[in-house]
Design a binder for this molecule. Structure first.
Ligand code: M6R
Length: 590
């Protein structure tokens, strides 16, 4: 999973590509590269993040007003200059950048090798450039045709851009990996997502599976790879603006996005009433409901299952999307699947959605990204309205998912208005949670914890789901091993891990005070350091994070200080909170 960008137009391509790559860096950041076309193809690529790359090898020197760029998150082949994109054919007459996985690359590679092609990387992507070269030689109908013939042989997922030394155009194609075209005043820009385009335009075309777009300096023409014919694609205007995708006064996107939550939780419940009504009807008539998601979105699903049960008396099955295939045989045309994904492009989620559709089940998509695959593949859409989230960690989108699911649970119980006013009343509470004094307290706590090797988190019910999300936040950004447990499970084994000074966070609500408190006592009795996250202090706590008691909304209220703590732990350990190692914002591989 990577970020790709391309430009063709009046301007020099390099400055646009560099800015675009910087905007896309959150999608992958182990290596970076660009190719431009002048009278030849000029390529520059290397290992590392983009700022380093600009200094270490001269990315800015590439000339031409046609170019493509790539920021990589390695899947096939180690992180190396040879494996960085763009990749070329034997003659360096074609260059390509690719996001996705070519499943039949071995087979294609063997065939091409037998014909004399020499490969210089271990990637699956390089076969695309050689395949285009081969098609150019077999059938001299030009670059565009050669690309289309080559693309037809690819199995797997791709968003890809190709340029030729001999023609002034970019040929783009998409299948199961995102690709969007920005129609800017000075030219056409291709990108893996809209937020990278906002600097130049809000007028976009979302490519669909098996679309090919051919952009020359004046126009973009669309073809269908499936039907071998020219097609038309309408443009959309994006509601997000460039300011939303900038850090502004904040040191990191993570901090900015945490701070936005007082507003984003309120925006999440601004939904079209008729759509909500239709979704409620689907829930009522369904015989079997599943919530599926990955990572933080899975934790929102888990929270949702407790809320649906508690508030609406409705049973839902919660499944990590990558495990959904084990439940596929339960799906029928009466099953309802809620697919929850911030990006709407997570391959595991899309795979689950496709399985559901094959069985005739209905799918409700909950996502933040309007042009995403999930939007197209769901039967109904609930948009999270969080604005662009750039940091690799989900923060504001997680709490928006919680709000949307709470709204559905309350609406099912006939308490929709009550839910809206409760959420509005959270605005001030959330502002307090992100205030300077809270932040200072958490900074101090981070100072106590940042050298710890292990952190544990316990909670029951909604607080168990929150503990899981808090543990994910801390581990992914600070690399401290953090594990969440259902409070009652502690005594069944994990208690053996508690030593003198082991930090254990206890997420407590008035609903489960006594039981969780006694679990905290068990920790304390073994010398563990108990950090309470609750509305009241208790002698069992060595340290206390004070949050208001908000019952069904505790998952939002208790998650926010944990996001800030995770941020501070990363800063204290001199890590980049926006781009944790080995991770990417949008995981488009299975
Ligand atoms: O875009 P999605 O919500 O489908 O992404 C799912 C996970 O990849 C995501 O939540 C991931 O776990 C984040 N790094 C969490 O901060």
């Amino acid at each position: 999973m990577c970020g790709i960008i391309g430009y063709i137009g009046r301007e020099e391509a390099t400055p646009i590509l560099l800015k675009g790559l910087k905007n896309l860096e959150y999608r992958g950041y182990d290596s970076v590269g660009m190719a431009t076309k002048s009278d030849r193809i000029n390529i520059c690529k290397g290992v590392g993040k983009i700022d380093r790359a600009i200094i270490d090898f001269d990315l800015t020197a590439l000339k031409g007003n046609i170019g493509i760029g790539h920021t990589r998150w390695a899947t096939h082949g180690v992180v190396s200059v040879a494996n960085a994109h763009p990749h070329t054919d034997c003659k360096k007459s074609v260059a390509i950048v690719h996001n996705g996985i070519i499943e039949n690359h071995q087979e294609i590679k063997e065939k091409l090798k037998a014909k004399g092609h020499i490969f210089s990387s271990d990637t699956d992507s390089e076969v695309i450039a050689h395949l285009i070269e081969e098609k150019l030689e077999q059938d001299r109908r030009g670059f565009e045709k050669a690309c289309m013939e080559a693309f037809k042989e690819l199995h797997g997922s791709y968003a890809l851009l190709a340029i030729s030394r001999d023609e002034n155009r970019i040929v783009a194609a998409r299948k199961d990996s995102p690709l969007v075209i920005g129609l800017a005043e000075s030219g056409t820009i291709f990108s893996s997502d809209v937020s990278a385009l906002l600097e130049w335009t809000r007028k976009v075309v979302y490519l669909q599976n098996y679309d090919v777009a051919v952009a020359c300096k004046k126009e973009v023409v669309f073809h269908s790879l499936m039907h071998d014919e020219q097609i038309s694609r309408e443009s959309d205007t994006v509601e997000w603006n460039a300011e939303q995708a900038r850090k502004g006064k904040f040191e990191h996107f993570m901090l900015k996005e945490i701070a936005e939550q007082a507003e984003t939780i309120c925006r999440a419940i601004q939904q079209d009433d008729t759509v909500v009504e239709r979704v409620l009807e689907e829930v009522k008539k369904a015989k079997g409901i599943f919530f599926v998601g990955c990572g933080s979105s899975y934790h929102a699903c888990l929270t949702g299952s407790y809320l649906f049960s508690k508030v609406a008396g409705v049973h839902v099955n919660v499944v990590v999307a990558s495990e959904f295939e084990n439940y596929e045989h339960f799906l029928t045309c009466d099953t309802l699947v809620f697919a929850v994904s911030q990006s709407g492009e997570t391959a595991d989620v899309l795979d689950a959605v496709r399985a559901a559709r094959r069985r005739g089940s209905r799918v409700i998509a909950i996502t933040n990204v309007i042009g995403s695959s999930l939007v197209r593949e769901g039967d109904e859409l609930l948009l999270m309205n969080s604005g662009p989230e750039i940091c690799v960690l989900s923060t504001k989108t997680y709490t928006s998912q919680l709000m949307l699911i709470s709204l559905l649970a309350y609406a099912l119980a006939g308490r929709k208005e009550e839910c809206s006013s409760l959420i509005k009343s959270l605005f001030l509470e959330v502002c307090n949670l992100t205030s300077k004094s809270m932040h200072e307290d958490l900074k101090m706590l981070a100072g106590l914890l940042y050298q710890k090797e292990h952190i544990y988190m316990i909670g029951r019910g909604l607080q168990f789901a929150t503990a899981r999300e808090a543990a994910l936040k801390i581990k992914e950004v600070s690399y401290i091993h953090t594990e969440a447990l259902a409070g009652g499970e502690l005594k069944h084994g994990p208690l053996a891990l508690i030593e003198e000074g082991t930090p254990v966070f206890a997420f407590v609500s008035e609903d489960n005070w006594d039981k969780t408190r006694s679990n905290a006592e068990e920790v304390r009795a073994r010398g563990g350091m108990v950090i309470g996250v609750s509305a009241r202090d208790d002698e069992v706590f060595d340290y206390w994070i004070r949050v208001p008691e908000c019952r069904d909304f505790n998952p939002v209220i208790q998650a926010i200080p944990m996001q800030l703590l995770a941020y501070e732990l990363a800063v204290k350990r001199e890590l980049d909170p926006d781009k944790p190692r080995n991770l990417a914002k949008c995981v488009t591989v299975l």
